[in-house]
Design a protein around this ligand. Sequence first.
Ligand SMILES: C[S@@+](CC[C@H](N)C(=O)[O-])C[C@H]1O[C@@H](n2cnc3c(N)ncnc32)[C@H](O)[C@@H]1O
Length: 252
Amino acid sequence: MKKLTKRIYWDERWKDMELPRYRDMKTYSMQLIDKLLKKHVKSGENNKFIEIGCAPGSWMIYFYRNFGFKVYGMDYLKPGIELTKQNLRLANVEAKLYWGDIFKNNLKKNYFDIVFSWGLIEHFDNQQLILRKHYELLKDGGQLIVFVPNCQGLNNVIQFMFNRKILRAHHKITKEEMQNLFENLKMKDVKTGYIGYFSPSRYDPGNVFGMSKYKFKKLHDAVGGIANPILRRLPYFESKYFSAFVYGIASK
Ligand SMILES: C[S@@+](CC[C@H](N)C(=O)[O-])C[C@H]1O[C@@H](n2cnc3c(N)ncnc32)[C@H](O)[C@@H]1O
């Protein structure tokens, strides 16, 4: 299994992150994703939810608060686990955290109601294998939910212009590929799609006009807040050309 990133890539990413860190539901993309999840995720208090590659825990906070799940997280970087611990403490969220690698772990198989990852499987060259590792943790009837950045279309052009080296750390996954990955596992109720709007800050845009990535994200969100309500009336707005993410949701 070839990894497209090294540990230093993630260390760098978490080094200057400001806490507390939540999912910002004010952005249009996040509102769409929130709606999608509330439509398809089977709720149930005390359902066991695990995020693979969980640092800094912002999705764990989201699922704890919005679905009342018991939340678990796993990350293979110690600093990522420490950051998650701090973030969850600030958010008053109780959770179990595991420091470990999805490819070699002691997590209970057939145990979780929801297995989730966001921005993980595209960093490996064998997505089927890593998806199978997610699947093994799921109990029968449980749901697998995976989001990856959409490495096609306008977002990619912007990314290429400002920070093309980051593209090498991402394997492009289309909606059709996502569908095949889930179907190969013989999963039920498979739903896949493009979601979210034009959003170059979904991965690191690099040093754009001397701005830090967090400043760039704030600027981008402000511009998006004005432009996207207009742009979303256009046909093909949620598509491989403009959307920020590709998702897959299915049941075991
Ligand atoms: C793009 S980040 C996603 C962070 C988080 N899911 C989010 O959306 O905020 C990917 C995370 O996966 C972790 N990771 C990478 N390879 C891993 C592996 N083999 N097993 C477990 N975690 C891994 C990294 O340390 C990093 O924290």
